[in-house]
Design a protein around this ligand. Structure first.
Ligand SMILES: *Cc1c(COP(=O)(O)O)cnc(C)c1O
Length: 427
């Protein structure tokens, strides 16, 4: 499928007059339409709730849009919990799915009334020591091990993942937790990432539903919710078909009626913790070509770099690139599109066929709405960009300013060399 930008060249030229590149731009209309479709796809389930995976995009303005559709927050750290509390998302609107969890994080999650999802059987004791009791409502994360194969070759390797409990452990954990007073139980699993198939969620659901039936039967623990977690993917490449969330919802419904309803468990709530699917396609990185270099290869140098978008450098991930205003020109130039970090993996694209690029061209790097800005860092003294929201009415709102050098120096506030430098520069 042809990948189109959600913003025009004319709109971008206007935006750039106020906000220089690079910046991440988000599409309010796209976020809302997708959130609505997600909600509708699971409306057959009375207790359904999506807990947006905050780590995918921790901008409170964007999370607040999702809150309007009844979504909560999936947090995994102290600061993410703070962010959630700051926007008024507390209690059962928080799923705390963390691993290798510090004591303080458990204490804060419990204080907010979050639903705690335990990553390991040893966390039962750890949590009890941390908060002085075991919550009545609790969840356990399951890892079946081995290879999880969905279909058409899409698979992941849970057996190699650090998360979750074995089947034997989850049975033991439920017995122990029940003994210690837990009353409402949930199970959670995240077995494959960025799946671009409508089959992943239904297949995962079947596995978890069957486990739930056995768990309830054998331990007597009342299972109240099943959390299908993240993993529903997006089409990063033009040849991928987007997931159909309606078909995914129907697929899970079918399995629910097959497995849970006959077992007398037709009241179990379905939860999800999607990050990428909720936000990924509705963000892009807007950047300008500032250099052109011809040596053993042809390079285009951008004013953005891997600190703005780490996925290509980190996993060799494909992000589609549109050269604005050149959408209809032939893709007859092969480029490496680079950032300025002193790391040779700082390339947004390698050997990418693109139209001929001139310095000053605006490039849009697609699908940065999830795991884009959020994975940013400050290597090479690079500062994080601004985040902008393209609103439904076409106006633009700054939802996070770009970092300034003073932000970079802020953690050296035990010294005064930044103030002295500024003083000297102002003389
Ligand atoms: C990362 C993560 C998610 C979100 O994953 P996506 O692939 O972005 O949907 C959900 N739950 C947990 C526990 C995660 O770690």
């Amino acid at each position: 499928m042809e990948k189109k930008t959600f913003v025009t060249k004319e709109q971008l030229e206007e935006i750039i007059k106020t906000y220089p590149t690079p910046f991440h731009l988000y599409d309010e209309k796209g976020i809302r339409e997708n959130a609505k479709a997600m909600k509708e796809a699971f409306s057959w389930n009375k207790g359904f709730k999506e807990y947006f995976a905050v780590k995918a995009n921790a901008n409170p303005f964007l999370i607040n849009l999702l809150r309007e559709y009844g979504f909560g927050c999936d947090c995994s750290s102290y600061t993410e919990l703070m962010l959630s509390e700051a926007i008024g998302c507390v209690g059962e609107d928080i799923m705390f799915s963390s691993n290798d969890t510090p004591t303080e994080d458990f204490q804060y999650a419990a204080q907010l009334g979050a639903t705690i999802n335990l990553d390991d059987i040893t966390h039962i004791d750890f949590l009890e020591k941390a908060i002085g009791k075991i919550p009545e409502r609790i969840s356990c994360r399951f890892n079946p091990g081995g290879i999880f194969e969905v279909c058409n070759g899409i698979m992941d390797n849970p057996g190699d993942a650090k998360y979750g409990m074995t089947e034997e452990q989850i049975f033991d954990a439920f017995r122990i937790l029940k003994e210690k007073g837990s009353k409402e139980f949930g199970i959670h699993a995240f077995l494959a990432s960025n799946t671009v198939t409508n089959e992943y969620y239904p297949m995962l659901a079947k596995k978890l539903f069957e486990l739930a039936v056995r768990l309830e039967k054998e331990t007597g623990a009342k299972i109240c919710f099943i959390n299908l977690s993240g993993g529903v993917g997006i089409p990063y490449t033009p040849d991928q078909e987007p997931n159909d969330i309606r078909a995914i919802g129907e697929g899970v419904h079918r399995v629910y009626d097959e497995v849970l309803v006959p077992a007398g468990m037709g009241d179990v709530a379905i939860y999800s913790e999607l990050g990428r699917f909720m936000m990924g396609p509705y963000g892009c990185l807007v950047t300008t070509a500032i250099h052109e270099k011809h040596t053993h290869k042809d390079y285009i140098g951008l004013d953005a770099c891997a600190v703005n978008l780490m996925r290509p450098a980190m996993y060799g991930a494909y992000h589609h690139i549109t050269v604005m205003g050149k959408e209809n020109l032939p893709l007859d130039h092969k480029y490496d599109v680079t950032g300025s970090l002193c790391e040779n993996n700082d390339k947004f694209a390698v050997d990418r066929m693109l139209p001929e690029i001139q310095k000053g061209d605006i490039l849009v790097i697609h699908d940065t709405g999830a795991h884009g800005f959020a994975m940013g860092y400050n290597y090479n003294g690079k500062l994080k960009s601004a985040e902008l929201l393209l609103k439904e009415d076409g106006s633009v709102q700054l939802i996070r300013r770009a970092e300034k050098p003073s932000d970079y120096f802020a953690t050296f506030d035990c010294f005064d060399f930044y103030e002295k430098l500024v003083e000297k520069q102002n003389k």
